[in-house]
Ligand binder design. Structure first.
Ligand code: 89V
Length: 351
């Protein structure tokens, strides 16, 4: 099978995991690296070197990279700050290159829409690298819900609550004016869409507990989904609890015939009534694969990068099935910015 050739745009923290995740898959080849700070790209290339002698590999000028490699590239993987997503997407699309871009899609809904528009206009594919829905426990929970064992779901609580020192590895997050809803909300609200479908309305409240950061580190979102299910989502980086569960998303769903809980350590407990009318609970454990390059503190998240990449690669090969296309992710980012609007104006937003 022909290798699909790609360039990485941005060699910061996340690229250290995104690239080894690509190397878990066959038939992809990294042909160039870009970073605005050349020394960082050079350091990255020491760990992930180019494979063709005498072919330029590291760039700090995106136009030079595209001039040199656009003809051979199949896609670019944009792993830069959100503020530059539209810029690099436009650059790549104008060279007729497919785009994979990290979440959150854009710093505004307008930017995100423009990303979709420019890729449509140029006839290239746009994918958002939304990996949380690819976590093994989230996939297994979806299978349980799809099996109908708990009947028609009517209530859900979804929680990402932690006191993990996230700013140690990603200091730029402390500078964001809009923090937890863009960084974690884009993941967790996407999980809600994946599990429960689209939202009909949303109400949100936000707080900042940590005085050392600019943005909000707590957000509570209450959504009514189009199915009628009511979903309460709590996100916090200020939660000092008995068990630190970072980076797990915990979920409880109640349905007409039972309930299912995705708990810490990937335990899934399904409670129903048996034929005698007695309450019974069955347990499954959805342990994610462990990769040697993954940071153990982020294991479930890093493993999900591989599955997300596999899904996008299959689509790039023309076999279809991509879940997190730009068009799909517009719906997720719409929820993120609707949540900010709701919190600012203290109103319910009808979507
Ligand atoms: O995926 C992310 O957005 C990361 C982390 C896993 C820490 O949330 O910021």
């Amino acid at each position: 099978m022909q290798k699909l050739k790609f360039a990485v745009i941005g060699t910061g923290f996340w690229a250290n995991y995104q690239l080894p995740a690509w190397y878990e898959l066959e038939h992809v080849e990294l042909v160039a690296l870009y970073n605005r700070t050349r020394s960082r790209a050079d350091a990255f290339a020491q760990r992930f070197p180019g494979r063709r002698p005498n072919v330029p590999f590291v760039y700090d000028d995106i136009d030079e990279l595209l001039d040199q490699h656009a003809d051979e590239l199949d896609f670019v993987d944009i792993i830069t700050d959100v503020d530059t997503h539209l810029y690099f997407t436009t650059k790549a699309a104008q060279r007729k290159l497919n785009v994979i871009c990290q979440k959150p899609m854009g710093p505004t809904l307008a930017d995100a829409r423009q990303m979709v528009e420019v890729c449509e206009r140029e006839g290239v594919r746009l994918y958002i690298h939304e990996n949380f829905r690819w976590q093994a426990p989230i996939r297994q929970l979806k299978t349980v819900l799809g099996s109908g064992v708990i009947g028609q779901p009517f209530n859900a609580t979804v929680s990402f609550c932690s006191a993990f020192p996230v700013f140690d590895n990603q200091p730029f997050l402390a500078e964001l004016e809009q923090f937890i809803l863009t960084d974690i909300g884009s993941h967790v609200l996407d999980i809600c869409r994946f599990l429960f479908g689209e939202a009909r309305s949303l109400y949100c409240q936000t707080t900042r507990v940590n005085p050392a950061i600019r943005g909000e580190d707590v957000a509570n979102v209450l959504m009514t989904m189009q199915s009628g299910l009511v979903c309460s989502v709590t996100m916090s980086y200020a939660s000092i609890r008995e068990h630190e569960v970072f980076p797990q998303t915990l979920v409880t769903v109640e349905g007409s015939a039972g309930s299912v809980v995705l708990d810490r350590d990937f335990a899934i407990r399904i409670t129903t009534h048996n034929e005698a009318g007695e309450r019974t609970t069955q347990m499954q454990v959805a342990t994610p694969p462990v990769y040697p390059w993954a940071d153990p503190a982020y294991a479930v998240v890093h493993a999900s990068i591989v599955d997300c990449n596999r899904n996008l690669l299959t689509d790039l090969r023309g076999l279809g099935g991509a879940e997190t296309t730009g068009t799909d992710n517009l719906e997720t980012i719409r929820l993120v910015y609707a949540a900010y609007d709701s919190a600012r104006d203290n109103v319910v937003v009808y979507l």
